[in-house]
Design a protein around this ligand. Sequence first.
Ligand code: NAD
Length: 480
Amino acid sequence: MANDEPEKLLTHYVGGAWVAPLEPRHHTIVNPTDGTPAGTLVLGGPKDVDRAVAAAVAAWPAFAGWSRSERLDLLRGIRDETARRLGDLAAAISADIGAPMTMARTMQADAGVGHMDGFIAALERQPERETIPGDDVLVREPVGPAALITPWNWPVNQIVLKVGAALAAGCTAVLKPSEFAPRTSVLYMDILAAAGVPPGVVNMIQGDGETGAALSRHPQIAMISFTGSTRAGRDIMCAAAEGIRRVALELGGKSPNLVFADCGDALEARVRSSVAECFLNTGQSCDAPTRMLVERAIYEQVVEIAADAARNTRLGNPAEEGDHLGPIVNERQFRRVRDLIETGIEEGARLVAGGPEMPKGFNHGFWVRPTVFADVTPSMTLWREEVFGPVLAITPFETEADAIALGNDTVYGLAAYVQTGDPARAERVALALRAGAVHVNGQSMEYGTPFGGYRQSGIGREGGIWGIEEFQEIKTIHAP
Ligand code: NAD
């Protein structure tokens, strides 16, 4: 962690410099591991937002004129600097959100390199000019200064998916990261500066929802790329509607995981890895497989395997290496997760592992027991609401058609998961599920592939060429 970090947390990054706030409000940073105060963060007001947007607007004409090869060199420089600072990034993420060091480094921080590689490969392949029917010419241009608003749960992943795509397209930007992952964003601005991003091309305002709302209303912002809750996504769409400004939204999820009896000998391994995936990042992932739908013939067997997997999931100090889980990010989320576990019990779901009490040996901070409910029905809160904690809901199904209907019974559509030994069924079910990504038998996503959701999980896709296109306008030149 850099020594000047506490001072930087009291400033914003505008025009290539760390600047004192114009309208300071303060937020106490809390260590999720023990609940103690761990520093102070400044939250930006509308005047701070105006200053940052002015810097992005001023830098835009020159940056929009950069050639593709200049932008590619910039992206490669950021990628290399990110790889060099991977350990520091992992430490910042771990301190911010309580992610255990091993996953903070190998998954969270690593995404900063992987997604940038995805954008580099995509930009190398994207044609600069295309001839289209009528011998007309199609060119792509940057949409303009963009607002990038990110959540705390995968902080580097989400910042890089936006900053990388914006820079690849030739857009300047104002980033408003989450107030619950401030050290990570400070360090990422240092990485951008060290990699030679020109002053004003990427600016950062620390702040909360109020700051984000001021930024998303700003008339000089051409586009808003937002990742976070469906609630805030709705506010941002309304703010953008006034000026008919473009939005890209990555929102919540309640992703189904269909487990078929034809898994055969692989069943136990498939169920255990599904539970681990649901609990990864302490259940704080938008695409987590949180609703496990299980064919009736293997239902009780799967419930027992899942409960055993949960009971054997270790919690532990985020500063240590290992495959344990850390705490929940903050007190508000912690209370919400425990309330939802209590709601599950009150509504009659069968608690088979975990529960609302503090885990043994963890009396301070925001720790939750890895929890599994069986017999969750579509009328229950746990079926519908994103918990954002280590809580799995299990439900039986009778037929394949029944499983698909239950899987699609959600307002979301970010991801879906299928466990089956039959490739034809995998294909059939994957096509029938209404989600932006379907993972078969534990296959994970590669960097550079599209990520995003159907329905209330959002609008648009991030990653690779699809992410860059969100930040581009298409112009057709009709010339004789
Ligand atoms: P959140 O919506 O509370 O906050 C996200 C960001 O938006 C933060 O920077 C916050 O300060 C800002 N914000 C809050 N209200 C705003 C408003 N009205 N206008 C403008 N900005 C506002 O979400 P969170 O608690 O930080 O993150 C958890 C949520 O994010 C979950 O719902 C999760 O599913 C979702 N998420 C989605 C994806 C995805 O790619 N689909 C990825 C990660 C997280």
